[in-house]
Design a protein around this ligand. Structure first.
Ligand SMILES: Cc1cc2nc3c(=O)[nH]c(=O)nc-3n(C[C@H](O)[C@H](O)[C@H](O)COP(=O)(O)OP(=O)(O)OC[C@H]3O[C@@H](n4cnc5c(N)ncnc54)[C@H](O)[C@@H]3O)c2cc1C
Length: 486
């Protein structure tokens, strides 16, 4: 097929639940491509000689390769190509910020001067992963003979799962210690069911279990099991404990009843099934007017969950403009379709309370944009005399997370940054303690699934080299990666 014919094919729409229907349930919003739509969408790829899309993928998936297989209708080869670099395609196909990575680099989108018209790489990835799961077509992974080496992984988020998956295939024995009662990290306790069904994460965890990874749930490293004990007992340790410590603005009223951190709200509503109260015994307040503070994916998840929990009004208050909002465009679009109200260039300065210590409103100041700050985004500046009070009976604070301090504080030998992240050699994931590696949000600060997985993969390669040679110095020479601290 000629390039001009490929460029003439319009992007294939993905069916989704209607907004009025979906705010009444927790089921997934997009319904996925049909096989026919996936083939047509794959046909839009120009098979560029230089694959800019692959360069834009943090784990370097051969994107033209799998698109070419889909175009031929060879779905088994397509998913096989993805799995060579990405162990969680059903997850990444749903939640990766493709519009800032592979799809931003796509030549088709550039030709149309619209990244929204790039080849829908993420949707095709999702289709292949779902096809594989639904048809039971998964190919058995080949495991290396046992090495006799034992590895402990702290945290079962995307970073920890990637390390576990890579090292078990290399013949090491792997035990994952997870504080919560379910494995998956943010994928199960944060990202809501309507964006990422838990059954999908559960299946990935099950596959690792079938390969021999042992999961010790309800086990807190640094409390139930001291970290130095794990370091002595195992041949290598990976710390992937994430960034689960909520940040607050530090304004008056944040301790009123009806104020939740995003993490607590989503964990209760989502993982602990408060949406099903009283069938599930997790209590949660169901606000009528819910204000969510923040502009990232977490804020969108909170505001959309609040609607599903019965809110009459769900407001997002964000201090910059929409152009600076870090949330994925698709999530903002879905939130808006569902009726979430966006209050941009506004910032809470106080949460006001009333009878019994419950939230009654949020005092808000209007903002304007100044020069870019160190993050490259335009600074937001309060407009004097512009304050007003927004009535609210529930406030969800979604302004970011820091690394949970428990592992570093109970293991002071490990070097940390001023903001509490673990310092690693970014080429290998090695920490300041011999035999201990780290990666994901505990190193990067709150980042993304695919970046956490990318770090897990780097660490797994270095851990394998360490376990095989006993060498600690110069590991990057063995793995062929370039050094540097992060
Ligand atoms: C609500 C929400 C929505 C998001 N949406 C997106 C999105 O759409 N796309 C995207 O790419 N990214 C998104 N992210 C970010 C992404 O989920 C994270 O960057 C990613 O999960 C980090 O992976 P991780 O493995 O480092 O840590 P986590 O996923 O945080 O997993 C860490 C695990 O370690 C466990 N743990 C912590 N301390 C201990 C301990 N002491 N002992 C044992 N276990 C411990 C935790 O319980 C947790 O299960 C979102 C984050 C949130 C909170």
């Amino acid at each position: 097929m000629e390039a001009k014919d490929r460029l003439a094919i319009p992007p294939q729409p993905m069916p989704e639940q209607a907004p009025s229907e979906r705010i009444g349930n927790l089921r997934e919003v997009p319904l996925g491509f049909t096989p026919e739509a996936a083939v047509v969408e794959a046909r839009r790829c120009l098979q560029c000689r230089k694959a800019f899309c692959t360069e834009g993928c943090p784990v370097g998936v051969d994107i033209p390769g799998f698109l070419e297989a889909v175009e031929r209708g060879d779905f088994a080869s397509g998913i096989g190509i993805i799995r060579r670099r990405n162990a969680l395609p059903a997850v990444c196909g749903r939640v990766c910020p493709q519009e800032q990575q592979c799809q931003l680099a796509c030549t088709v989108g550039k030709f149309h001067h619209d990244p929204g018209k790039s080849v829908s790489i993420g949707r095709i990835e999702r289709f292949l992963a779902d096809w594989e799961r639904e048809t039971g077509a998964a190919q058995a992974s080949v495991k290396a003979p046992p090495t006799g080496r034992r590895v402990a992984v702290i945290g079962s988020g995307p970073a920890g799962l990637t390390v576990a998956g890579d090292l078990i295939l290399l013949g090491h024995s792997v035990t994952v210690f997870e504080a919560l009662h379910q494995a998956g990290g943010v994928l199960v306790y944060g990202i809501p069911e309507f964006r990422l069904p838990k059954a999908i994460v559960r299946r990935e965890v099950e596959l690792l279990g079938n390969l021999g990874v042992e999961f010790r749930l309800d086990t807190i490293a640094g409390r139930t099991r001291p970290v130095d004990e794990l370091v002595r007992e195992y041949d290598a340790v990976f710390i992937g404990s994430g960034a689960g410590l909520p940040k607050f603005q530090g304004i008056p009223g944040e301790n009123l009843l009806g104020v939740y951190s995003a993490n607590e709200y989503l964990t209760r509503a989502n993982l602990m099934k408060a949406y099903d109260f009283p069938a599930a015994d997790t209590p949660i307040q169901r606000g009528r007017t819910v204000v969510t503070v923040g502009g990232g994916n977490v804020a969108m998840d909170c505001a959309r969950t609040a609607l599903r929990m019965g809110a009459e009004r769900s407001l997002v208050v964000y201090r910059r403009s929409e152009a600076e909002m870090p949330a994925r465009r698709e999530e903002v679009h879905h939130a808006r379709e569902e009726g979430v109200e966006f209050h941009l260039l506004e910032n809470p300065v106080e949460i006001t309370g009333g009878r019994g210590g419950w939230v009654e409103g949020v005092r808000i100041v209007r903002m304007t944009l100044g020069e870019p700050d160190s993050s490259g985004r335009r600074r937001s500046i309060p407009i004097e005399g512009s304050e007003f009070v927004q009535e609210a009976d529930e406030v969800l604070v979604a302004i970011g997370n820091s690394p949970n301090p428990l592992v570093p504080s109970s293991f002071p030998e490990i070097e940390t940054t001023r903001w509490g992240g673990i310092v690693v050699n970014e080429a290998t994931g090695q920490t300041s303690v011999r035999g201990v590696f780290a990666g994901g949000d505990i190193v990067l600060g709150a980042a993304t699934v695919i970046l956490a997985m990318g770090q897990g993969r780097i660490a797994a390669r270095a851990m394998h080299a360490y376990l095989s040679t006993g060498r600690w110095e110069g590991l990057e020479e063995i793995t062929g990666a370039e050094g540097g601290q992060s």
